[in-house]
Write a protein that binds this ligand. Structure first.
Ligand code: PRX
Length: 649
């Protein structure tokens, strides 16, 4: 037991890539990795050109990079199409009959779409969108369960140059409305429902409620997933997916788009209550996701790749859809919860489809640990050859469990650090090349130039906690925040002069390995879901009983962080457990269940500085109380994070 709570700062275990893995890996040694890093350093543009050449371009680019700080354009003059790269280019040889998507619904149904079939459905839906008047540059909001039609809708947008904005199915009406209005979406694609934990989840009613105040929306397409009899179709606005497709043909050539044509907007929480519309463009994003899928996951034609993320998050965009499909991989997609009907659903799926690469989040791994080894031990898991993790720091204990119990000490683990804004993986081991240390995302990928700095942007020595920044532009970086260049500059580039600021605190050890500690801003990461404290606070104060609210994070052994809200009540309201419940429900209704506070504490007043700022550090200490933290590393990180956060304020 002592062994398993080794502190991150003292973590000494080094796990070398298995020899047989290295032998057949795309990047097969540390020397090869270092050679790539040197090539990227000596001639960044030449390096990225070579990688971009792996995609199919309709027109070659004239210039690799135009860097007009802090605005980047990559592969200028080049023309391509993301959907063409994910589909059409795989249809000329044997891969046309290769499985692109193997889907399993939560109730147990299974569907497989080959590349040829997926291409056909994407073309038909793209024609359907055109019939609804969608053209290049128009925004299409997608609010769907994890069904193949979600991928079809995404790629259909990309095919005609429409900009998709996928809204996670767990968001409530209010959050949907904000996103649709910010993007000024013309069409919404949704479903009558979906399945989660044996329940039918409501999607269409949320869309209906959101659309009471979304003037830009002209049409809603509804995919029939559950056969829900109780949904309402609005005449003149709503149409069924199958009706729309009944008259469309399967001939829809992919548009030739400029490399900088917007591909999608994905909203993510920032430090204010208003979500940020992170904008990614076609060429650079596809270059980043294609090469990282290939190298980090060592993707081969024989693999079955399962990234368990929902497509509503960036991980799903990059590693369920664009990256793997651009590599012609076979992707597993699962609709529901990991513990339905029993806690071994994931392991059942791994065996059923012979999944060889599994990519999931630390929060899921910690939940599996809690549910007990008997669940994975009922299954062989012998098809697995590589494991990945993303979304939050993974504690060494969970890392070792993943390695021992799931990977049976055969499978390398790639702990991948990146963000919605970075588009693709930035820090990660390469599984055939990089020795891993539990809890560290190890080193930057070739061409990525991170650093640990102080508030002024000065590089810090090894093993000093500081701000994680990226010094050089990279192809899959966000281009701006949709419609808000000013916020883009302020948020990412002005805080620490001259570099991209990630919002994370981290340190680098003497071997150059990075250790991520967590956010230093007012972003909370609950179960790998990014939420802003202010977003939750504004949801709380919109309740008539609340005068003022302050939201902070508290370490949680499963979800990484949990939400604790301090609330002062408006005159005439009394603290009660019913009110606590009511306030929690209210946050769910406003934002979605993912933002549900774990605890609501009533307080007479909130601690404030003389200038009226809420003293969050104090509240964090109170919220943490005597909680047992389990992992001593967390304590050390917390004190460093507290210092970095103080400096920020
Ligand atoms: O704090 C970092 C954490 O997740 C944040 C990005 O969240 P999001 O944009 O939702 O993207 C999540 C999936 C890419 C980061 O600022 N994070 C992500 N990956 C890791 C991580 N923290 C530690 N280790 C990671 N591997």
């Amino acid at each position: 037991m002592k062994e398993s709570i080794t502190s991150v700062l003292r973590e000494q275990r080094v796990i070398e890539p298995p020899k047989d893995f290295s032998l057949s890996a795309h990047i097969s040694s540390f020397e090869e990795y270092e050679k790539l890093c040197r090539a990227a350093q000596d001639d960044p543009e030449g390096y990225w050109s070579k990688i971009a050449a792996e995609l199919d371009w309709f027109e070659p680019w004239q210039k690799v990079l135009e860097w007009n700080y802090p605005y980047a354009k990559w592969f200028l003059g080049g023309r391509l199409n993301a959907s063409y790269n994910c589909l059409d280019r795989h249809l000329t040889g044997w891969r046309k009959n290769k499985a692109a998507i193997i889907w399993e619904g939560e109730p147990g149904e299974s569907r497989t779409l080959t590349y040829q079939q997926l291409h056909r459905e994407v073309c038909r839906f793209a024609n359907g969108l055109k019939r609804l008047g969608v053209s290049s540059g128009d925004r299409v909001a997608i609010y769907m369960p994890m069904v193949p039609e979600l991928v079809i809708a995404v790629l259909a947008c990309a095919r005609i140059g429409a900009v998709h904005t996928v809204i996670f199915g767990g968001f409530a009406a209010h959050a949907i409305r904000d996103r649709i209005n910010d993007a000024k979406a013309k069409v919404v694609v949704t479903a009558d429902g979906g399945y989660r934990r044996g329940q039918e989840i409501q999607l269409k009613p949320n869309v209906d409620e959101a659309l009471t105040n979304c003037p830009s929306v002209q049409s809603v397409v509804v995919f029939r997933r559950t056969g829900n009899q109780f949904i309402t179709m609005h005449h003149g606005r709503d149409c069924w997916w199958h009706d729309l497709l009944s008259e469309t043909d399967a001939n829809c050539p992919a548009e030739s788009l400029d490399s900088e044509h917007p591909l999608f907007i994905l909203y993510t929480s920032g430090t204010t209550g208003k979500p940020k519309g992170v904008l990614h463009t076609t060429g650079g994003y596809l270059v980043g996701t294609t090469i990282t899928s290939k190298w980090v996951f060592d993707l081969k034609d024989t693999d079955t790749f399962w990234c368990t993320a929902d497509i509503g998050w960036i991980t799903g965009h990059s590693y369920v859809v664009y990256g793997p499909l651009s590599n012609a991989a076979t992707v597993v997609m699962y609709e529901g919860a990991p513990n339905w009907p029993q806690p071994d659903r994931f392991w059942q799926i791994v065996d059923k489809y012979s999944v060889s690469i599994l990519y999931t989040a630390p929060t899921a791994i910690r939940a599996f640990m809690k549910w007990g080894d008997e669940w994975p031990s009922r299954h062989s898991l012998s098809s697995l050859r590589l494991l990945g993790t993303v979304g939050e720091p993974i504690n060494p204990e969970a890392w070792m469990w993943y390695y021992n119990v799931i990977g049976k000490q055969r499978c390398p683990i790639v702990d991948t650090w990146w963000q919605t804004e970075t588009g693709a993986i930035m820090l990660s081991p390469l599984p055939g090349a990089t020795p891993t240390v539990p809890g560290s995302a190890t080193k930057p990928l070739p061409g990525i130039v991170p650093d640990i700095v102080d508030k002024q942007g000065n590089s810090l020595p090894d093993n000093t906690g500081g701000y994680l920044v990226i010094r050089k532009p990279w192809p899959s970086m966000l281009r701006t925040l949709y419609g808000d260049d000013e916020r883009y500059e302020r948020q990412y580039w002005n805080e620490i002069p001259g570099v991209y600021f990630t919002g994370d605190g981290a340190r680098r050890d003497e071997r150059g390995y990075y250790w991520i500690m967590g956010r230093v801003d007012d972003v909370i990461n609950v179960a790998g879901h990014r939420l802003s404290t202010m977003e939750i606070e504004s949801a709380l104060v919109s309740h008539p009983a609340v005068a003022e609210a302050a939201v902070v994070d508290r370490p949680d052994s499963i979800t990484g962080q949990a939400i604790v809200a301090f609330v002062t009540l408006a005159a005439g309201f009394q603290p009660s457990s019913e009110l606590q419940q009511d306030l929690k429900d209210h946050v769910c209704k406003e934002i979605g269940a993912l933002a549900r506070p774990q605890e609501i504490r009533f307080t007479e007043a909130l601690p404030k500085t003389r200038s009226g700022k809420i003293m969050r550090r104090l509240l964090r200490d109170v919220a943490r109380g005597e909680e047992s933290l389990g992992d001593t590393s967390t304590l050390e990180d917390i004190s460093v994070l507290a210092r970095l956060r103080d400096e920020q304020e």
